[in-house]
Design a protein around this ligand. Sequence first.
Ligand SMILES: Nc1ncnc2c1ncn2[C@@H]1O[C@H](COP(=O)(O)OP(=O)(O)OP(=O)(O)O)[C@@H](O)[C@H]1O
Ligand SMILES: [Mg+2]
Length: 244
Amino acid sequence: MTLLNLVNVSVRYGRLTAVRDVSIDLKEGQILFITGPNGAGKSSLLRAIAGVTPTAGGHIEFDGAEITGRAPEDIARLGFSMVPEGREVFGSLTIEENLLVGAGMHSRTAGAKGRTASDLASVYDTFPILKERRHQQAGLLSGGQQQMLVIGRALMTRPRLIAIDEPSLGLAPNITDQVYERLVALQSERKLTLLIVEQSSARAVMVGGRMILMRSGGVVLDGDARTLGNSEAVQAAYFGYEEQ
Ligand SMILES: Nc1ncnc2c1ncn2[C@@H]1O[C@H](COP(=O)(O)OP(=O)(O)OP(=O)(O)O)[C@@H](O)[C@H]1O
Ligand SMILES: [Mg+2]
């Protein structure tokens, strides 16, 4: 079943076209990496899907509903959760308070309270370190732990799809491994659909799944990450030679 469908999506900033006619059909339970060099338009595309950046053309459907031009909170309510670049946590709040902010949108009724408690338990199950440190200030966490916290916060909204922008940025490789191990487990155990942006194709090749390579706002390659990863076309896309 198609969960997310993009048809000819474009994003412009004034005269600059950051994303040009991108079409992607993402199936439920899939893991999709969007890779590509600096300025390829990856983050702009993610923000456009989340409703944070307006589209300049094309349309976007989530779970069969048209979401083009809808408010970010409406899109989130349908089950699309975005973890933006930069892992912003509320540094002076505790880890648990940060997670409860994620649950904010449906925690007001009595029934919702029980639900929030079980969602919290489930996040702690995924990331035991967050449980251990739940009463500490989030600002004191390491980069990897903060990444786990923002993913945990996204999980609190019970999403069907999580879109994450550069989860490995600035993390040591072994810490990135831990983050990915949890993401892959979420995908296989809960049928969570993952849309992950990474500059490098290396992680996609390691984890597997589908990979799209963007360059200058457009999709240049789309296929199986492991197959594509070893192809010369990937090198060409990063380094800019034309394919012969
Ligand atoms: N808010 C903005 N206003 C104007 N131009 C922008 C804005 N955000 C991005 N751009 C431009 O749009 C293009 C695509 O940027 P984007 O951040 O989407 O690329 P990216 O693939 O995420 O790059 P990176 O790997 O460096 O994060 C770039 O030329 C960038 O300078
Ligand atoms: Mg980016």
